[in-house]
Design a protein around this ligand. Structure first.
Ligand code: C2E
Ligand code: MG
Ligand code: MG
Ligand code: MG
Length: 279
């Protein structure tokens, strides 16, 4: 085997970096354009009851409907939107959409709370709180029916005034939920510093269930002690669902029940559910 010249390696590395940076810049420009013409849409993924198998609530998940590339999923553009700060503008749109949707659900007499995702960068944007506090009057939404999903990194990170910001949001009525719980940090000290209403168990722990589910049990009793509601994420099998029911976890989300669906499809799921119930 021929030895590679370290100089070659270095050049290749530089080329790769340049390529990545160009791609990054291209996506940034494309995102700026997409914001102008609004190419985003929200899908809703139901959160269901392990007791009744009915839809209890739903999480809003963003998609980018790209004119050439088709549907782009958030993992491909949210990190770049975060880095460039474009997430702030995108987030304002998401929040307003969800607020309108909640108001619409209420008008249709559906008692179905919604949740939306908040990036670290958004929380440190002063406009974010002002905007969230204005939404109930602007859209007629009930903030108590809207959960803000934040990852642990937000609560442990160095975001100035995170506590004050979350307290203000709570006082407005919004619920605060920890997303992907257990995925990143083992430092639990932040838990009693924040006004937490719920915890979503990261989907990687669903693999743990097959081997006894010790970690999930621990998270469930922790949440119970904190008085936090628990949702199990990424539930893909009936065995996982059965285990959750048996172990007192009453809310689940995952492909087993439903993948994220367009707004109108979500509404028809609710409608079908009401019809079945009244049969
Ligand atoms: P997340 O908030 O943890 O959302 C759950 C992700 O897991 C979603 O991916 C969902 O489609 C996927 N998922 C749901 N059930 C299953 C399952 O049973 N198996 C598997 N393998 N996956 C499942 P999605 O929609 O691609 O979103 C990815 C992430 O992007 C979200 O993770 C969230 O962190 C972020 N995101 C999505 N929408 C927004 C948004 O509006 N704003 C911000 N800031 N972030 C968002
Ligand atoms: Mg989420
Ligand atoms: Mg999650
Ligand atoms: Mg996630």
């Amino acid at each position: 085997q021929a030895k590679t010249d370290p100089m070659d390696k270095c050049v290749r590395f530089q080329q790769q970096m340049r390529h990545l940076r160009d791609e990054h810049l291209a996506i940034k420009k494309d995102l700026e354009r997409a914001i102008q013409v609004n190419e985003f849409t929200l899908e809703y993924q139901p959160i269901a009851s392990t007791l009744t198998d009915r839809v209890i609530s739903a999480e809003a998940l963003i998609r980018w409907c790209h004119p050439e590339k088709g549907l782009i999923y958030p993992d491909e553009f949210i990190p770049i939107a975060e880095e460039t700060g474009l997430i702030n503008e995108i987030g304002l749109w998401v929040n307003r959409q969800v607020a309108h949707m909640q108001a619409r659900l209420a008008r249709l007499n559906y008692d179905v709370p919604l949740s939306l995702n908040v990036s670290p960068r958004q929380l440190s944007d002063p406009h974010f709180v002002t905007h969230m506090r204005a939404l109930p009057e602007e859209t007629g939404c009930n903030p108590e029916m809207i959960s803000l999903e934040l990852t642990e990194s937000v609560l442990l990170g160095d975001i100035p005034n995170a506590f004050e910001t979350l307290s203000l949001l709570k006082r407005t009525g919004y619920r605060i939920v920890i997303d992907d719980f257990g995925a990143g940090y083992s430092n639990l000290a932040y838990l009693h510093n924040y006004p937490i209403d719920g915890i979503k168990i990261d989907r990687m722990f669903m693999n743990d269930i097959a081997s006894g589910g010790a970690i999930v049990k621990l998270i469930l009793s922790l949440a119970n002690a904190l008085g936090a509601e628990v949702v199990a994420e990424g539930v893909e099998t009936i065995e996982q669902r059965a285990w959750l029911l048996e172990n007192g976890c009453h809310l689940f989300q995952g492909y087993l029940y439903s993948k994220p669906v367009p707004e109108e499809r979500f509404l028809s799921m609710l409608e079908t559910q009401v019809q079945i119930a009244s049969m």
